[in-house]
Design a protein around this ligand. Structure first.
Ligand SMILES: NC(=O)c1ccc[n+]([C@@H]2O[C@H](COP(=O)([O-])OP(=O)(O)OC[C@H]3O[C@@H](n4cnc5c(N)ncnc54)[C@H](O)[C@@H]3O)[C@@H](O)[C@H]2O)c1
Length: 444
């Protein structure tokens, strides 16, 4: 592998992983970040969010001298062979993606482009944005300079909580664009594609998928739309199971045992969340709409998800009747275990609905210690037992292993009531019942 100078613009979840991993594999990497506090933290080897294994890998890699974080564009971008865009693309007004961070990043990088530069878009951008980025760059170039650069789409599939492994051992790497640009980016990924690095797994090589720019962008949205729809499907089947008296815990794994379907993402729960599914579905639906297409399946996925979040409250009302003045404890706050990411986390929705119904809410999460300002009224406890003290009901929101492994006896002694809503079907029902608790799950 020929080491290259890589610039990564935006060092949030995706950019921090991308820059650390490429530098760890041997490239010279500069992470360009507009937030100086984040630059300081990363430079000192501190990760500003929770991601298992990343702090150690970051410190080790910064110490090699191959990884630098800066807020100075010239330091990061001068002579960079490949520039990765890893800035945020949150949902903007009307559900469409807000591309202002992409716009500002492209205007920062344009003056540094030279012949052969490759701009790689790892941010999730609406279908067609690759062409738009090219145009933005062309327009931002000085009159007297017209370097031959290319734009490649490299959608990111990492999952928070297992992001390092997802970078190093992906199922596939998708690269969209012209061949010359794709070849350069594929070369950067050489050690991953060949699994030639300490700990590489040559028995399972990732697939390199070449596509055109628009198709690569579509692949990312379609993959997330499928995963979200699969969860919504599981939730819908679970809901019907509850009505007819079937047990979703038996039904769904049996569906998943069919190799055409697969068990992954077929677990019912409190609805999907996180930084990607909601915004990517909204953007894909919006794209369809621009072309006069109404994505009825995707709209239904979103609708089922909203109903699923509301269903928890209905179950609590059914069990406790009046929620006003009731004490309810949320176990787990992040949108899934292994991360402290609260973006579109079902817990936020749930806490808001409980507070609006007049309940008194306490919570515990192994890594989340603060909630957004509008949820100030939620008391964050130091331990699950402290959070459950004196409550009428506990809701398992996130299936962190330490929460699943809680001693039901201890929980029962702390609680005033005996109701446990298992929002993830993760608890040992028999052990909970033996401790005198009443468990209500999803789909049974
Ligand atoms: N988080 C995930 O799990 C995940 C997975 C796949 C794809 N994605 C996509 O990757 C992109 C990045 O997501 P994220 O979660 O890392 O976002 P993030 O908000 O955590 O990070 C974005 C970073 O970019 C910085 N930034 C913004 N504008 C900048 C500029 N002009 N110059 C330099 N830095 C700038 C911000 O300060 C921030 O640190 C999004 O498009 C997202 O949809 C995210």
């Amino acid at each position: 592998m020929t080491p290259r100078k890589i610039a990564v613009i935006g060092t949030g979840y995706v950019g921090a992983i991308t820059s650390t991993c490429f530098a760890w594999l041997g490239h010279e990497v500069y992470g360009l970040e507009s937030d100086p506090v984040r630059v300081g933290e990363l430079t000192q080897g501190r990760v500003p969010f929770y991601e298992p294994g990343l702090p150690e890998r970051l410190k080790e890699t910064v110490a090699t001298g191959r990884l630098t974080f800066t807020d100075q564009p010239a330091e990061a971008l001068t002579d960079a062979d490949v520039i990765f865009l890893c800035v945020g693309t949150p949902t903007g007004p009307g559900g469409t993606a807000d591309l202002s961070q992409i716009e500002s990043a492209t205007s920062t990088l344009a003056p540094f482009l030279r012949d052969g530069s490759v701009v790689v878009n790892k941010s999730t951008v609406p279908v067609g944005s690759g062409n738009w980025v090219s145009t933005l760059l062309e327009e931002a170039l000085p009159e007297d300079s017209k370097p031959q650069f290319s734009v490649v789409s490299n959608p990111e599939f990492l999952r928070e909580g297992s992001a390092l492994d997802d970078f190093l051992y992906p199922d596939r790497i998708v690269l969209g664009g012209e061949d010359a640009g794709i070849d350069q980016v594929a070369e950067l990924y050489g050690p991953v594609l060949e699994q030639k690095f300490p700990g590489g797994r040559p028995e399972k090589l990732p697939r390199l998928i070449r596509a055109d720019l628009t198709s690569a962008e579509m692949i990312k949205y379609a993959a997330n739309a499928f995963l979200a729809t699969k969860i919504s499907f599981a939730n819908e089947i679970a809901n019907i199971c509850e009505l007819v008296g079937a047990d979703g815990r038996q039904v769904l794994p049996a569906i998943g045992a069919d190799s055409r379907i697969g068990e992954a993402f077929l677990s019912p729960g409190l609805g999907w969340g996180g930084s990607c599914f909601g915004k990517d579905l909204a953007a894909l639906i919006g794209t369809g709409q621009e072309y006069g297409y109404s994505s009825s399946l995707l709209r239904s996925s979103v609708e089922v998800n909203e109903l699923q979040r509301a269903a928890v409250i209905r179950k609590l009302q059914r069990e406790l009747r009046v929620l006003k003045g009731r004490r309810v404890c949320l176990l787990g706050l992040s949108f899934k275990p292994g991360t402290d990411d609260l973006r579109d986390a079902p817990a936020l929705d749930l806490a808001g609905r409980l507070l609006a119904a007049g309940a008194v809410v306490s919570a515990f999460d192994p890594v989340v210690t603060q909630l957004p300002g509008d949820l100030d009224a939620v008391r964050i406890a130091q331990s699950p037992i402290e959070a459950a003290r004196g409550v009428d009901a506990v809701i398992l929101v996130t299936e962190w292993s330490e929460l699943v492994a809680l001693d039901p006896q201890g929980l029962k002694s702390a609680m005033k009531g005996s109701l446990v809503l298992d929002g993830r079907n993760a608890l040992d029902e028999a052990a909970y019942c033996a401790a005198g608790l009443r468990v209500v799950g999803v789909g049974w």
